[in-house]
Design a protein around this ligand. Structure first.
Ligand SMILES: *Cc1c(COP(=O)(O)O)cnc(C)c1O
Length: 340
């Protein structure tokens, strides 16, 4: 039994999801003729109360399409220094959109209105790039799965609007935030110009992300998706998995959050742990004492079938998800307890 806590992307489709995939009606989506993709896009549109949605192969693509559609070459994108769009999308902001980036030092991957305000260039100063877009991430991956308070997102939105900036959210794990708070998808649909959600993380679909926005924005995004090579044909099987995930795997994210908290509780009693970022959703980031042999710990755990990554010489990350059962959490916590 492998206990794979490296990422919530390692989930496999469940038997029921595979049934839904096998039963999917398909067509050519570049022609807009795949009924399963159209149904998924419609479902997401309804959930968020937005005009249109676009099914894409990955969350990187939905983010990159959004950035490209919101900016012109030379414009500046404002985001947290830890954000996925900057750290983990291969420099795509520069190479796909030709935009530059203003990195802000937020709190656990989260920006606030004052910080965003301080990062906006004077539009009348010809020396400066034109600030065009604010990107926030919720939950924040490198922030340890931290979620935003709703009021903070609203205030950032006010600053963006006042300064004519677009407002995009990288919601790869937005459903984790929704489940952990009393925020709703509709609120997000109302606040943001564009939203990216991943179906292939804790929701358990094998592939796929959605970009949501206004009709004219998604029309533009559909063209950019084609340019990026992301126009898919009979991909309705994948969309059926996504629809199944949205219908059946959202509420259960609470289980993943409980599992992550259970791991944190046991780890916090270990002498080699220096600190753990507050566990708000399904990601746990812990820092070990400087003299602790973290690679040795990771290797010993791997020999017992428990997989996770280090983020730096003395920090590691564990991510809970659909394929992590309560039995596995029991095995894991007992293994940690016995480690010294
Ligand atoms: C995983 C992730 C993405 C998208 O990743 P893909 O692997 O391209 O689907 C985007 N943003 C965040 C915060 C993520 O964690």
């Amino acid at each position: 039994m492998l206990i794979d806590l490296r990422s919530d992307t390692v989930t496999r489709p469940t038997p029921a999801m595979l049934d839904a995939m096998a039963a999917a009606q398909v067509g050519d989506d570049v022609f807009g003729e795949d009924p399963s993709i159209n149904a998924l896009e419609e479902l997401a549109t309804q959930m968020f109360g937005m005009e249109k949605a676009l099914f894409c192969p990955s969350g990187t693509m939905t983010n990159q399409i959004a950035i490209k559609c919101h900016t012109q070459p030379g414009d500046e994108v404002i985001c947290d220094e830890l954000s996925h769009v900057y750290q983990y999308e291969g420099g795509g902001i520069a190479s796909n959109a030709g935009a530059s980036v203003r990195l802000l030092q937020g709190n656990r991957g989260q920006l606030n209105a004052e910080l965003v305000s301080s990062g906006i260039n004077n539009p009348d100063d010809v020396h400066k790039a034109v600030s065009r877009l604010v990107v926030v991430e919720n939950t924040a991956n490198r922030g340890g799965g931290s979620y935003y308070q709703w009021e903070d997102l609203v205030r950032i939105g006010e600053v963006a609007r006042k300064n004519n900036l677009s407002y995009h959210i990288d919601g790869a794990r937005l459903f984790n935030a929704l489940v952990a708070t009393n925020q709703t998808a509709q609120q997000y649909g109302h606040l943001f110009d564009s939203i990216s959600i991943c179906l292939s993380k804790g929701l358990g679909a094998p592939v796929g992300s959605l970009l949501l926005g206004k009709a004219d924005f998604i029309k533009k995004a559909r063209r950019v998706r084609k340019v990026f090579g992301g126009g898919m044909r009979q991909a309705g099987m994948l969309a059926a998995a996504g629809t199944y995930a949205l219908q059946h795997h959202v509420d259960r994210l609470q289980i993943d959050h409980n599992h992550a908290k259970a791991i944190a509780e046991v780890l916090s009693g270990k002498s080699f742990i220096k600190s753990i970022l507050p566990v708000e959703t399904n990601i746990l980031i812990a820092e070990c004492n400087a003299d602790f042999d973290l690679p040795g710990f990771i290797n010993q755990m791997r020999e017992k079938g428990i997989l996770f990554f280090s983020l730096s010489p003395n920090r590691f990350r564990m991510v809970t998800h659909l394929d992590i059962t309560s039995d596995m959490i029991h095995t894991l916590t007992e293994t940690i307890k016995s480690f010294n």
